[in-house]
Design a protein around this ligand. Structure first.
Ligand SMILES: C[S@@+](CC[C@H](N)C(=O)[O-])C[C@H]1O[C@@H](n2cnc3c(N)ncnc32)[C@H](O)[C@@H]1O
Length: 385
């Protein structure tokens, strides 16, 4: 993480908030953490980490333990199981608008659609004017570039099992795992690189991004740009007072439906916690832009099988069954709103409008800065005009 974010990128706060730790003590504590890690006393180092930073491990500088291209070992990348997404005091970089993201450069330099585009371009050059090149369904015939941006999101991807499986199952889609924990994200990044090395030409359509998905999604993704959004075994946050930390909520569902393509978009949720499943069914079932798929429709969807068999948590349920071996899941279709929202402006036009409003301080729900209401979770209002 650089101290000066690139053009258009915002930096959120990065401070140690633990009341017993003075800022001056941190470098010393980091050294302690690193030397214990180098002795292989990882569990202890995490305890120190939790005790000092009061949260996840990302504030600690570490030497790389896995060289790029090698398969990372999970034991070096474990971190605290749960974090509070509403007060996660780490530094996050995020763009002020989705237009500022360069997905190809930063995440998908060898995306299969790019390779196909290059091939098509080469073919086009050998065609005469009246011949139409084949396999051009996703490209304009004159185009030599293709717009690569994520259209499948694995929210809270953990160690990335589903992200990789989706990459294989949906080879022309663009898959992105999103994960809040630094070490876990790094594990997934290295795991993807190792797959690239072991399987040339495969897994080039998937990547991982470290972010807080409860805060920054509209900063990264355009309206109606997402086809599938997965919530696999999200943290249950059992206590009632912690329910606002749940990643599926009335308000966040409006954000997810904003991102999903009307008619085509699907929202997937799966958990082994019955109470959380009931919550999902209640929240999604009541949302006017979501419609539950039938059993038959769900069984026909290959992704439903994958979220049971390819997620690390799904495998754990089969293996250990902490809350029983049952997995509860639903899939919802993003339907068209009463205002026929897919017949109006294109996603790009809407985004431009939304951005203009955001810049004028007139939107209260679609950017990280303005997402939470005043007074909520300690958030101060950003003055609107
Ligand atoms: C129980 S794990 C499930 C991992 C994976 N989906 C699976 O099924 O194996 C939940 C994951 O969500 C991540 N997470 C929690 N809140 C998040 C947030 N606001 N944004 C991104 N990731 C989050 C956690 O760090 C954790 O890795």
């Amino acid at each position: 993480m650089t101290s000066n974010p690139p053009h258009g990128m915002q930096h959120s706060v990065s401070v140690c908030t633990h009341p017993n730790i003075k800022q001056q003590q941190l470098p010393l504590l980091r050294q302690v953490i690193m030397s214990k890690q180098s002795q292989g006393k990882k569990r202890k180092s995490e305890d120190v980490c939790a005790a000092t930073a009061g949260d996840d491990d990302g504030v600690h500088e570490q030497q790389p333990i896995t060289s790029e291209g090698a398969m990372p070992q999970k034991k070096f990348y474990r971190s605290r199981a749960h974090c509070n997404p509403l007060s996660f005091n780490e530094s996050f970089e995020y763009p002020t608008s989705p237009e500022l993201m360069d997905w190809i450069e930063d995440h998908y330099p060898e995306h299969p659609l790019l390779t196909m585009t290059k091939q098509q371009h080469a073919e086009t050059e050998t065609h005469t004017d009246d011949e139409t090149p084949s396999s051009s369904s996703f490209l304009s015939s004159s185009s030599t570039t293709v717009n690569i941006q994520p259209n499948v999101l694995d929210i809270g991807c953990g160690f990335g099992g589903l992200t990789l499986a989706l990459s294989n199952a949906l080879p022309t889609h663009t898959i992105l795992g999103l994960e809040i924990r630094t070490k876990v994200t790094e594990y997934v990044r290295l795991r993807i690189l190792a797959h690239h090395k072991d399987h040339p030409n495969l897994y080039q359509n998937c990547s991982v991004l470290r972010t807080n998905a409860m805060k920054y999604l509209p900063n990264f993704f355009r309206k109606a740009s997402i086809e599938k959004i997965f919530f696999c075994f999200p943290d249950p946050h059992f206590k009632r007072k912690n329910h606002p930390r749940r990643i599926i909520s009335e308000r966040l569902l409006s954000e997810y439906t904003y991102l999903l393509k009307p008619n085509l978009g699907r929202l997937y949720c799966i958990t082994d916690v019955k109470d959380l499943h009931n919550w999902h069914v209640e929240k999604c079932g009541n949302h006017p832009l979501l419609q539950e798929l039938t059993e038959e429709e769900m069984e026909e969807d290959v992704c439903v099988k994958l979220m049971k068999s390819e997620t690390e948590e799904g495998r754990k349920v089969i293996r250990e069954g902490k809350f029983g071996h049952e997995m509860y899941y639903r899939v919802y279709r993003r339907v068209v709103g009463d205002d026929g929202d897919n017949n109006k402006k294109t996603g790009e036009e809407e985004n431009a409008d939304t951005l203009a409003k955001v810049r004028n301080g007139r939107v209260g729900s679609v950017t990280a800065e303005t997402y939470f209401a005043e007074g909520q979770f300690g958030v101060e209002r950003i003055n609107s005009k």
